[in-house]
Design a protein around this ligand. Structure first.
Ligand code: IMP
Ligand code: MG
Length: 179
């Protein structure tokens, strides 16, 4: 285990299981459709890479970058889109893939923005859900797993851009950010 990790919350095997179940749900719901996956960078790229390889329908991959965090461990309300998708999603079935929903501000902003482009459908999928800190009443359609109010890193998730490469989701030691 990495020295800055206090404990492992989700092991590689638990993550595999979670993704298997999410893929099954999405495969059931979209078996006769084409799907545009919008991956929210950078955090969701590991999750997206694993999930998409378990999906059976035609998949069109798009990337979007939104920032609301900086290097802090608490969310800010302003969501900036720093990189937009490259294709028109009008009349397409779309799922937004997010690593974690915390306050909910990022996803509710992105959802509102993308709905204006008139997709045939738009659903939200997150690997991790931290409902304790929610500030919006956003409904997430596909949730991998609910986690307690701890700052977690690994499997794509970062603190100050570090720790994304860890193969598990771990609780970051407080000593790292309470310096
Ligand atoms: P929200 O807008 O507050 O829902 O925040 C969502 C974004 O905050 C995620 O995409 C993450 O980048 C970041 N975030 C929230 N909680 C954590 C965490 O525990 N670890 C790492 N990043 C987090
Ligand atoms: Mg993120």
């Amino acid at each position: 285990m990495h020295k800055d990790i206090e404990s492992i919350l989700l092991s590689e095997y638990q993550l595999e299981d979670i993704i298997e179940k999410l893929a099954e749900e999405i495969n059931n719901d979209y078996y006769d459709k084409e799907l545009v996956l919008i991956v929210i960078l950078n955090g969701s790229m590991v999750f997206a890479a694993d999930l998409m390889r378990k999906l059976n329908m035609p998949i069109y991959l798009e990337f979007m970058k939104a920032s609301s965090y900086g290097t802090d461990t608490t969310s800010s309300k302003v969501v900036n889109v720093t990189m937009d998708i490259k294709t028109d999603i009008k009349d397409k079935h779309v799922i937004i893939l997010e690593d974690i929903v915390d306050s909910g501000n990022t996803l509710s902003n992105l959802k509102a923005m993308l709905l204006k482009r008139e997709p045939a459908s738009l659903k939200l999928c997150t690997l991790l859900d931290k409902p304790d800190r929610r500030e919006t009443d956003i409904e997430v359609d596909y949730v991998g797993t609910i986690i307690p109010d701890e700052f977690v890193v690994g499997y794509g998730l970062d603190y100050a851009q570090n720790y994304r490469h860890l193969p598990y989701v771990g609780i970051l030691s407080r000593s790292v950010y309470e310096k």
